[in-house]
Design a protein around this ligand. Structure first.
Ligand SMILES: [Fe+2]
Ligand SMILES: [Fe+2]
Length: 309
């Protein structure tokens, strides 16, 4: 049956979502994650870079894992622009403002603790990292969804993707780097909670206006780009990260899109407008093509592996 409470605009959507924002924000606060960046690091392990300049041998790692740490940290550094985008969609005195402030406060510690670990462990060239940060932040480049409907859909995917990227990077670190593994697990834990907030807010928005959300979700999936597009040599790093099996098209399809779209039940939504039906059909086509590509890539990788063995 068609929804009878169809809002006319994103402003209406946001005002209808206010009780859900409050509910999900309160749920978030009920399980606080009180960890302190300074407690995660063995400061005594640090060495002055002037006395002993950085070298690759300080912390042997594959290029893919090094690229992943670099891209993930720079993405966390770019927080001010993400916050700006979120706040620009939030009207005054709406509860989403409180959420955005809480979210920013939690996200801010990710770059702190990662950089502390990176500098003490010497897993990345600190000069290369700082040059990347300067270039990226001067651009102020972040995805900028056009509406609140698109924004919550985009951030749902992005938080989940970030969680997967941190988790998989941590799993690739040497077993004896307990500090690095713990740091990335703590960050991934925060990203999980952020993802749950946005995922369930988007679910609530689907209940209010399924057509508006279907169109927004299709647009965001089809145009989705991993955060980090302003990072120097981003494509080269993204290819290395994908080859390493940390994050690529396969993870986007199987670990991000599949579980999230299933939970939103996009295949079984009823009462959609003609435009929303077209958007759903476009989304299905897009995912079918992506599945073919992922399968082809997996077969190719298997062929290469069996040729080597
Ligand atoms: Fe983060
Ligand atoms: Fe996050």
């Amino acid at each position: 049956m068609a929804n009878t409470r169809l809002p006319k605009s994103n402003v209406d959507l946001l005002s209808e979502l206010a009780p859900d924002v409050e509910r999900l924000y309160n749920r978030h606060l009920e399980a606080p994650r009180l960890w302190f960046p300074h407690e995660q690091i063995n400061w005594g392990d640090g060495e002055d870079f002037t006395d002993r300049p950085w070298s690759k041998e300080d912390y042997p790692l594959s290029d893919g894992v090094r690229s992943s740490i670099y891209v993930n940290l720079l993405t966390e550094d770019n927080l001010p622009y993400y916050t700006h985008t979120l706040l620009s969609h939030a009207p005054e005195s709406h509860p989403i403002l409180d959420w955005n402030h809480q979210w920013t406060m939690e996200e801010n510690r990710h770059s702190m603790v990662m950089r502390d670990w990176v500098h003490i462990s010497r897993c990345i060239d600190p000069t290369y990292l700082e040059e990347g940060r300067r270039v990226q932040m001067k651009k102020g480049e972040v995805p900028n969804p056009a509406s609140m409907a698109e924004l919550i859909a985009y951030v749902s995917f992005q938080e989940r993707a970030t969680q997967i990227a941190h988790r998989n990077t941590g799993a690739k670190l040497p077993k004896d780097d307990k500090i690095g593994r713990n740091v990335l697990a703590l960050i991934a834990g925060d990203e999980t909670k952020h993802f749950l907030f946005y995922r369930d807010l988007t679910l609530a928005a689907f209940a209010i206006d399924p057509s508006m959300m279907m169109i927004a979700v299709a647009k965001q999936v089809i145009g989705f780009a991993m955060p980090g597009t302003g990072i120097p040599s981003f494509t080269r790093h993204a290819v290395r990260i994908a080859r390493e099996g940390i994050y690529g098209l396969g993870q986007f399809l199987n670990d991000v899109l599949d579980p999230v779209l299933t939970l939103w039940d996009v295949d079984h939504l009823v009462g959609l407008s003609a435009e929303a039906e077209r958007a759903r059909a476009d989304l299905r086509d897009f995912i079918a093509k992506m599945s073919e590509t992922v399968n082809r890539m997996a077969q190719k990788a298997q062929g290469v592996a069996s040729a080597i063995s």
